[in-house]
Design a protein around this ligand. Structure first.
Ligand SMILES: C[S@@+](CC[C@H](N)C(=O)[O-])C[C@H]1O[C@@H](n2cnc3c(N)ncnc32)[C@H](O)[C@@H]1O
Length: 219
């Protein structure tokens, strides 16, 4: 995703220096070599989900409990959050979760194979409310293209935010791309029944914040 080769090289070196290791952590090694996701999960896994910015992992843990034949790959750059998720995973004996501590705004499509994931989940990405920081937001046309590439045919992207202007921006982004569409009349929902909620989401709801859920299908 990064265009400047010099910066890319520096960030790649930084990415390789994860001060944590676990059998469940997928660590990139060689530049240009994609991670063989199927080999990293047990044989009984039938399909894969990718969660970007998985935080403390509450959502993925719940989903993994309910869907033992789905493999969940979690990308989260904060190691303490990955370690906390790993502790919960271990306690529950779940074998269908793996992590990457990679910054998904740096290396993303470089490390993952095309059409691998049935679902890509992005819950509450940083909204960067100030106009001068909008460039840092993850939801951009190029990023959507990359997500489109990673999704399997008929795959879907699930997105949630508690920040109305970001939700509206995303709705407008999706209107402008032919790579995703949505089912039915609703472009967004205020609820996502039967879907697990993280502590962050619960906190926002308790504060009375409106949550916007977007669901898009790969075209
Ligand atoms: C507001 S929290 C939401 C966490 C979780 N999705 C939830 O619903 O509770 C955003 C998370 O995304 C992670 N994050 C943000 N940008 C990231 C990036 N570029 N690469 C990896 N993780 C990122 C942050 O470290 C943080 O844990």
């Amino acid at each position: 995703m990064l265009v400047n080769p010099e910066i890319r090289q520096k960030l790649w070196k930084f990415t390789l220096r994860t001060p944590y290791s676990s059998d469940y952590l997928l660590q990139p090694k060689e530049w240009g070599k994609k991670i063989d996701i199927k080999k990293c999960f047990p044989d009984h896994i039938k399909n894969y989900w990718l969660e970007l910015g998985s935080g403390w992992g509450e959502v993925a843990i719940e989903l993994a409990k309910k869907n033992p034949t789905t493999g969940f790959l979690l990308m989260e750059r904060k190691i303490d959050r990955v370690i906390a998720t790993e502790e919960k995973r271990k306690e529950l004996g779940l074998e269908n979760i793996r992590y990457m501590t990679v910054n998904f705004q740096w290396f993303f499509s470089e490390l993952l194979e095309k059409e691998m994931f049935e679902t890509v989940l992005i819950n509450f990405p940083d909204p960067w409310p100030k106009r001068k920081h909008h460039k840092n937001r993850v939801m951009k046309p190029k990023f959507l293209e990359e997500v489109h590439n990673l999704l399997a045919p008929n795959g879907r992207l699930l997105f949630a935010t508690d920040y109305g202007p970001y939700a509206r921006k995303c709705i407008s982004l999706f209107r402008k791309t032919s790579k995703f569409n949505w089912e039915g009349m609703e472009e967004y929902f205020f609820d996502r029944p039967e879907f697990p909620r993280s502590f962050f989401e619960t906190e926002k709801r308790n504060e009375g914040k409106q949550i916007y859920y977007l669901e898009r299908n790969k075209v």
